[in-house]
Design a protein around this ligand. Structure first.
Ligand code: FCB
Length: 438
């Protein structure tokens, strides 16, 4: 008997919908010897910080191999490529020349450059606990905008300030490796302030089309019990609303503003500087319940027992190699929830990251993941959410932070010995999907 897979055709997205893929500097560039160090170089050099003991000194060597990567982007047929500029590289002699050549190569290949101005690789001399880092960031942004502004299609100020605060400064599992717990809150405030100052710096340099890439996901209470609902509410406040409320409605969720440093009211005016679109990185929802008094393992993390919530398993769902549950419909829920909460204050949305880690080049699980999530996204569009684009994380297998090279998120396989790139089944699948969308 011949078994045939019957799949419904992918529905059409609105004309002008922007399809892209994302990467970040520290995760793909390598050539660490050609720039000043970042907090990630220091962190990875410390024994035990990265699971496989690796560093990103070479990574995918995209610094040298970018023409090959641009050819892969062109072959894929994406409209846009989201990459980040490394702040320490921009500060190093010749650093901006590299981005200048990359941007030229993208434009020549008909791929629009979407630039993230900070994706976690802070210069070692700087510290987000210091307010001054926000103005230093605005200076960095002006320098980059000055040089690349004539060709960049869209600007992203920051990538996931929530993760950078939580993982890097509260739990200490990412660089700079601090374990400050709730004393890490100023790091969130200073990044948000940096975002607002960066928006102003970009506009002053004549650049438009500005957004941010914030990570968001629905929070599901473990049960209807008041203690579980309360814990879930708190988690949602900390990981979602703390970062979207100030940007979109110019205030912190109740009880948070008092914990922030400086003249918070004045800063909020800067933070809420209007943006042209709002970027969301979505991977999975989180089920949250009341604290259980013991350290728990979650998605590769050990969460301390003293937190006022615990993250619980989402049962009956497939999980990726990272252990993240695969729940496409939560993307629809997230977007319709956002539209409801923020109404007119929500600018058009772009999904700036979505993807999964799986082994293998015949990556049928990744195809299933992306297919499910793109359909879920379409349902949000049908429900009236103004979504204008979708970026897959990631073009290439790369250095996945504290996981090292153990997690493969790429549409293209990277051999980390030879640096050879091999497109996976998902690359061909996405290429065909994009052709059918045109
Ligand atoms: C996001 C990060 C990105 C990548 C993916 C898997 O949180 O922004 O750099 O590591 O997760």
């Amino acid at each position: 008997m011949i078994r045939r897979m019957v799949t419904n055709p992918m529905p059409q997205f609105p004309a002008g919908f922007l399809w892209g893929v994302s990467t970040s500097a520290h995760q793909i560039e390598g050539a660490a010897d050609a720039r000043e160090p970042s907090v990630w170089d220091v962190f990875t050099a410390e024994p035990g910080r990265v699971k496989d003991g690796s560093t990103a000194a070479v990574a995918c060597d995209s610094y040298h191999r970018y023409p090959e990567d641009v050819a892969l982007l062109a072959g894929l047929g994406v409209d846009a490529y989201r990459f980040s500029v490394s702040w320490p590289r921009v500060d190093s002699p010749g650093g901006l020349d590299f981005y200048d050549s990359l941007v030229d190569a993208l434009c020549a290949a008909g791929v629009r450059p979407v630039v993230t101005l900070f994706h976690w690789d802070l210069p070692v001399a700087l510290d987000w606990l210091e307010r001054d880092t926000a103005s230093r960031f605005a200076d960095h942004v002006s320098v980059v905008a000055e040089r690349l502004g004539d060709r960049v299609a869209k600007w992203i100020t920051l990538n996931e300030p929530a993760e950078h605060t939580l993982l890097g400064h509260a739990l200490g599992v990412h660089a700079p490796g601090r374990r400050l717990m709730f004393d890490a809150l100023p790091v969130a405030h200073h990044q948000l302030l940096a975002h607002g100052l960066a928006v102003r710096a970009l506009r002053a340099a004549g650049a438009g089309d500005i957004g941010i890439a914030n990570s968001h996901g629905p929070t599901w209470a473990a049960s209807e019990k008041p203690e579980d609902r309360q814990a879930a509410e708190f988690y949602d406040l900390l990981l979602n609303r703390l970062f979207s409320d100030p940007l979109l409605i110019g205030r912190y969720p109740e009880g948070i503003g008092e914990l922030m440093p400086g003249d918070v009211e004045a800063d909020l005016k800067v933070i809420a500087e209007p943006i042209d679109w709002y970027g969301i990185n979505y991977y999975a929802p989180t089920r949250v319940g009341a604290p259980q008094g013991a350290e728990i393992e979650f998605g590769g993390l050990s969460l301390p027992a003293e937190l006022p919530f615990t993250v619980r398993e989402i049962e009956d769902r497939p999980v990726t190699d990272f252990g993240w549950p695969v729940v496409p419909e939560a993307l629809t829920e997230l977007l319709t929830g956002f539209a409801e909460r923020y109404g007119d204050r929500l600018p058009p949305v772009l999904i700036t990251e979505n993807g999964c880690s799986y082994e293998g080049v015949d990556d049928q699980e990744r195809i299933a993941y992306l297919d499910g999530h793109i359909r879920a996204l379409h349902r949000a569009v049908e429900a009236g959410v103004d979504v204008r684009g979708y970026f897959v994380w990631s073009l290439l297998d790369n250095f996945e932070w504290a996981e090292g090279y153990a997690r493969r998120f790429g549409l293209v396989h990277t051999d980390f010995e030879t640096l050879e790139r091999t497109p996976k089944a998902s690359y061909a699948w996405l290429r065909d999907l994009l052709r059918a969308q045109r």
